[in-house]
Ligand binder design. Sequence first.
Ligand SMILES: Nc1ncnc2c1ncn2[C@@H]1O[C@H](COP(=O)(O)OP(=O)(O)OP(=O)(O)O)[C@@H](O)[C@H]1O
Ligand SMILES: [Mg+2]
Length: 234
Amino acid sequence: MLSLDQVDSFYGRSHILHGLNLQVPTGQITAIVGRNGTGKTTLLKTIMGLTDRMAGHIRLDGHDLSAEPTFRRARAGIAYVPQGRQIIPDFSIRENILMGGFATTGRGRARGGIPPLVPKLFPYLMQNLDRPGGVLSGGQQQQLAIARALSAEPSVLLLDEPTEGIQPNIVEEIQNIVVRLNTEEGLTIILVEQNVAFARAAGHHFAMLEKGRAVAAGPIGQLTDDLIHRHIAV
Ligand SMILES: Nc1ncnc2c1ncn2[C@@H]1O[C@H](COP(=O)(O)OP(=O)(O)OP(=O)(O)O)[C@@H](O)[C@H]1O
Ligand SMILES: [Mg+2]
């Protein structure tokens, strides 16, 4: 279980998350929904230790990570796929993938090399390892960003809007991969997702953010149309 207990988070003097409590059950998908600018990305960055400052506690299976630097959180088993993918276009697909293991390889977690899930989930990447990342389509770059995160051999995957800005015919492919990472590989996933239909289809639990606060959370069945209309739809 990953848990956040009374978490506040800051960029400089900007106070973005306020007293956030969140329980992320192991082996399940927790969907994070909410309007633009409400703090969804900041939540993932805070879990990874990438905001300027936080207060409160973040624990993974009882271990308090709140004061740990990002690389120790990676070694504890958390990996992050950022919004907008952030791959390095001039690096080869292979180099982009291997980068994701730098903090963890040889430290008792990742084995190094291309992670075994890549040929299984992303055959296209596997067949094109020496091409630059920049030649890939948006959907393929999303696959690359996920493959990079898998290099760390994580147990918890933080996915920030994996289908944002991707051609409609590829969206379903990415969604299938997210679901398979959970059902076949047993990864615990926090899925930030604006697509409510997908959040409902894939998620076991949800949390709704508004202005940096969790205004609702629970089993996915409680993510009702009424809640959506009150907090997301204009
Ligand atoms: N690096 C930063 N420095 C200062 N403020 C920031 C920074 N990044 C984000 N913010 C602010 O924090 C708030 C939350 O932003 P965040 O990116 O977490 O929202 P979001 O819910 O992910 O939005 P979106 O749906 O557009 O991705 C916004 O008011 C944003 O302007
Ligand atoms: Mg965001």
